[in-house]
Design a protein around this ligand. Structure first.
Ligand code: FAD
Length: 496
């Protein structure tokens, strides 16, 4: 396992393919430091006695101890630990821990590469390629980002119907030693600080869309890849320090006719498995949200409760109602993820076929519970912000800048007029509102809300997954039996 320092040294050796605001930047550009702080926690936590058990695992390939973010879940206990690791580390940094895209993509690809080979009756070697690559990934403790979301062009047209065929990443040439791919993936979190980019399809694909059924992994600085990076940081502070400086980056990852050698190709042309790959990455990722969204709920609840205390309204009945709303969403989201972990199996639900074995045995969370949990927490994102806004009043929107708060001329006056609760030292109130304003009322907060809402698929995508996979017919039959239309068939009353 690497240390944070070794990870940072590795990034320094990478080629310059990051574009930001009209300039090429290095991986360790000062703007990227807050994002590197967050990613660094995933390395430190593997060595911290308090978190080492959660954050490490035993590789099923080598038997070696590895960072859990590089692990393929072998048991339901692994799924529980991934969920708890995610919640724990997100609590440390206050928001997203960033490394989940990699673990979710490797778990999806482990299953899909195996099944595609099985369907091809040995004519392809995707799973062999994947396992070899995964061993390299695990042994070197690499950071993976997952590039799934395509440009998608005209939303109501399928990939093969698009005016511009490059609206979805696709294969433009097949060669004896590899393939050439073209297209662009959007909003790819932490690709600018990742070692590897894992590419998977976005959606279900038809037989005329085989070129779009492509999955592979490439170093994030590979020839032909350009990253146009947006960076989201808190306002810089000189005097009044935060407990943790977090930041995030997202890239447009452009594949400008990029050659991918066969040994890094994990799927190429199997449209059915391409669709399943999209579904499976989304499933693993929605399960990760049952760790991160509860942690964000923990932080939001702390903010809401402290704002109420500082405003002196914590004993009023409407505050109890508002705090209870945050707690309900947080813990129901966690409970759904916990159940998805507990009911995990090496199976996927295929509409019309039910739950069928899938992959070489890696554990897959239960899809219904992973989807309902993610949908519930995603839909609550803006309502939770509304609760914080309600409790805070206008103070976060117009809070004085740091320079004024420490100015010898203004500090005594501002301390006097910023004091709301005389029982709490004013310096604490100031630190609290500065952070509260950043997490609710800043450009970073806006980006995080969009990520929390859309990441892993917008709520509409979870609604589609839930309603297409849930056994609605069974529920109709229950109603028919109760209404006296027809009796229940054997097994129906106990079926899930
Ligand atoms: C901060 C952030 C980080 C992210 N990180 C990642 C990442 O690391 N990796 C990654 O792969 N993705 C990432 N995403 C992308 C995320 O998964 C997508 O934003 C999400 O899946 C929604 O897709 P979209 O943005 O293309 O929106 P769209 O799909 O365009 O949705 C816009 C609207 O159009 C509607 N719509 C779209 N298609 C149809 C249709 N066919 N019929 C009817 N209505 C339609 C939708 O319902 C919605 O109302 C990230 C997003 C954000 C905001």
């Amino acid at each position: 396992m690497r240390t944070k320092e070794e990870y940072l040294q590795g990034l320094k050796k990478m080629k310059r393919n990051l574009y930001h605001n009209g300039e090429k930047i290095d991986r360790d550009d000062p703007e990227q430091i807050p994002a590197l702080n967050v990613m660094g926690v995933t390395f430190d936590a593997a060595y911290d006695p308090e978190t080492a058990d959660l954050c490490t695992a035993t590789s099923h390939l080598t038997g070696e101890k590895i960072n859990r973010f590089c692990h393929v879940h072998q048991t339901t206990e692994d799924l529980h630990k991934k969920q708890d690791m995610t919640r724990t580390l997100c609590r440390k940094v206050g928001y997203c821990i960033q490394r989940c895209m990699g673990i979710d993509a490797i778990n999806a690809l482990n299953a899909v590469s195996y099944e595609a080979d099985r369907a091809n009756k040995g004519a392809t070697e995707y799973h062999q390629n994947f396992k070899k690559w995964l061993e390299y990934f695990q042994t070197n403790d690499l950071v993976g980002s997952c590039a799934q979301t395509d440009v998608k062009g005209e939303r109501l047209k399928r990939p093969a119907q698009q005016t511009d065929p490059d609206a979805y990443v696709h294969v433009v040439e097949r060669k004896s030693d590899g393939i050439v791919v073209r297209g662009c993936k959007l909003h790819i979190s932490e690709a600018s600080i990742a070692d590897e980019i894992l590419v998977v399809p976005t959606r279900a694909l038809g037989p005329d869309e085989k070129d779009y059924a492509v999955a592979f992994a490439l170093p994030a600085d590979y020839d032909g890849i350009k990253q146009v990076v947006s960076i989201h940081n808190f306002r810089q502070r000189k005097h009044i320090k935060r407990g943790f400086d977090a930041g995030y980056t997202d890239s447009y990852v452009i594949f400008d006719d990029v050659f991918v050698p066969w040994e890094r190709v994990f799927l190429c042309g199997e449209n059915d498995h391409g669709g399943l790959c999209a579904l499976l990455f989304a499933l693993f990722h929605r399960h990760s949200y049952s760790g991160c969204k509860p942690a964000i709920g923990d932080v939001l609840l702390g903010a809401a409760a402290l704002a109420a205390e500082i405003n002196g309204i914590e004993k009023t009945s409407h505050i109890r109602t508002l705090l209870a709303e945050i707690i309900k969403v947080t813990e129901l989201g966690y409970a759904a993820g916990f159940t998805a972990s507990a009911l995990g199996k090496p199976e996927v639900i295929i509409p019309g076929m039910g739950s069928v074995p899938y992959g070489p045995g890696g554990m897959i969370p239960n899809s219904i519970y992973a989807n309902v949990g993610r949908c519930l927490t995603g839909e609550a994102v803006f309502h939770e912000q509304e609760i914080l806004c309600d409790i805070a009043g206008g103070v976060p929107a117009t809070f004085p800048y740091e320079g004024d708060l420490v100015s010898s001329e203004l500090k005594p006056l501002l301390d006097k007029y910023l004091t709301r609760n005389p029982k709490i030292p004013v310096d604490e109130q100031v630190k609290f509102w500065l952070y509260f304003a950043e997490m609710t009322c800043s450009s970073l907060a806006g980006v995080l809300n969009y990520g929390n809402y859309h990441g892993g698929g917008s709520p509409i995508m979870e609604q589609i997954a839930i309603t297409s996979q849930y056994d609605i017919k069974l529920r109709k039959n229950l109603l028919k039996a109760l209404a006296g239309i027809r009796p229940l068939a054997p097994g129906e009353v106990t079926a899930k």
